[in-house]
Design a protein around this ligand. Structure first.
Ligand code: COS
Length: 385
């Protein structure tokens, strides 16, 4: 893939690779074990100007897009995908502002986000609204110059640690998905509290919390776009962020392969390195092939998003679904190659296997992604007739 990257993109890759190796690798097991939010790792990324890789230059960012985000995400997630998701959740939370925010909102929030001074979170999911994103119940009622928000958001990545939240709430309950609106809510606003931190199977260093809104008043200027556009804002946001989940999964899979091959070369059984047994070498060959195929699709989707291609939404879902399925398969196989050692905490592949699972679930389950792909196919082929 490096052949297709520009000098600047290779620089991003190199910087993130160095930070991942030197700053993240030594602490990843401890962060995972003790469920510590990786603030110091994010600070290192901020020092290298990586927190704003996807933010336009005029707002203090690097000026890249989805492709640059994916490059950074692959490198970070190769070493620790919990740091990866804590990093990428900022992009997910920022996209509503980047894509649909007013000039004032962009000027107010994006420079601090790009500098890593403020962390962001995206709040769509609720206890009864996951795959059915249009089913949100949180309400925002206009009251003179303010909106009053009431409701709960669940499983919010960076919840509690983020300073800025982009929140989807219902402004007109009679209009279905066209009755939702998107808002910016700042941490510390009266009536906005956090629930308990969740304990998870994987990506344990990332923070996942409930958001609780009780008569939380925000200025009407914090409405993103117009009333009724919230569902569209959320869907466009997810179209842009899904290749990033693909890149996270790709990183996890590459990281597992990077552990499995050297181990299989060194581990001797029956007098030979186990890589000399075809049962093992063919497994590694399949793993490597799947990783490369996922890489091709992730970067193809990222370019399509940046170019605003017609098939960008379909490719974004394909990248997410394929790379996450590959990550689950490759990490499971890596544990198998390492055998008993692979199952132990001393080796990183069991963490990679635990981390891989969420990539098949969040930002739209892989079942939802297949629905999105199928819907796109139906429309595409209807146009061709
Ligand atoms: N971009 C722009 N508009 C979109 C869109 C997109 N990607 N997807 C849907 N829309 C529009 C539709 O065109 C439709 O507009 P009209 O009302 O003008 O016809 C409207 O939004 C409703 O679309 P649809 O009927 O397809 O909505 P559904 O309720 O059936 O939901 C899915 C569609 C399932 C795709 C959506 O709910 C989804 O993505 N769910 C997963 C959510 C998710 O990822 N959750 C994870 C938590 S966030 S980390």
């Amino acid at each position: 893939m490096p052949n297709f990257f520009t000098e600047e993109q290779l620089e991003i890759q190199n910087l993130c690779r160095q930070i991942a190796e030197n700053e993240i690798k030594p602490v990843r097991a401890k962060l995972d074990e003790e469920e510590i939010f990786p603030k110091e790792c994010l600070d290192k990324l901020a020092e290298a100007d990586m927190m704003g890789v996807y933010i336009p230059e005029e707002y203090g960012g690097f000026g890249g897009g989805c492709l640059e985000l994916c490059i950074a995400m692959e490198e970070i997630s190769k070493i620790c995908s919990a740091v990866g998701v804590s990093f990428a959740a900022n992009a997910l939370g920022s996209y509503p502002i980047i894509l649909h925010g007013s000039e004032e909102q962009k000027k107010k929030y994006l420079p601090d986000i790009a500098a890593g001074k403020k962390l962001v979170a995206f709040a769509l999911t609720e206890p009864d609204a996951g795959s059915d994103a249009a089913g949100v119940k949180t309400t925002a009622v206009k009251d003179a110059e303010e909106y009053v928000i009431n409701g709960r958001k669940q499983w919010i990545t960076n919840g509690g640690d983020a300073d800025v939240y982009t929140v989807i709430a219902i402004t007109d309950k009679n209009r279905g998905s066209r009755g939702a609106s998107a808002f910016i809510v700042e941490k510390g606003t009266p009536g906005f509290e956090f629930g308990k931190k969740e304990h998870k199977l994987g990506i344990r260093a990332s923070s996942t919390r409930e958001l609780i809104f009780e008569n939380c008043r925000i200025p009407k200027e914090n409405l993103i776009a117009r009333e009724g556009m919230g569902f569209m804002v959320a869907m466009k946001t997810l179209d842009n962020s899904r290749p990033g989940v693909g890149a996270q999964a790709l990183g996890i899979a590459q990281g597992a392969l990077d552990e499995a091959v050297p181990y299989a070369r060194e581990r001797r059984q029956f007098g030979h390195p186990i890589i000399s047994f075809q049962a093992v070498s063919h497994m590694l060959a399949d793993m490597a092939t799947q990783v490369e195929a996922a890489r091709g699709l992730v970067y193809r989707a990222a370019r399509a998003i940046d170019n605003k291609d017609k098939d960008a939404q379909k490719l974004a879902s394909m990248a997410k679904v394929y790379a996450s399925d590959v990550a689950m398969k490759v990490t499971t196989d890596a544990v198998q190659v390492l055998g008993g050692y692979g199952y132990m905490r001393e080796y990183p592949v069991e963490k990679m296997m635990r981390d891989a699972k969420i990539t098949q679930i969040y930002e739209g389950t892989n079942q939802i992604q297949r629905n999105v792909i199928a819907q796109n196919l139906i429309k595409e082929y209807a146009r061709k007739r």
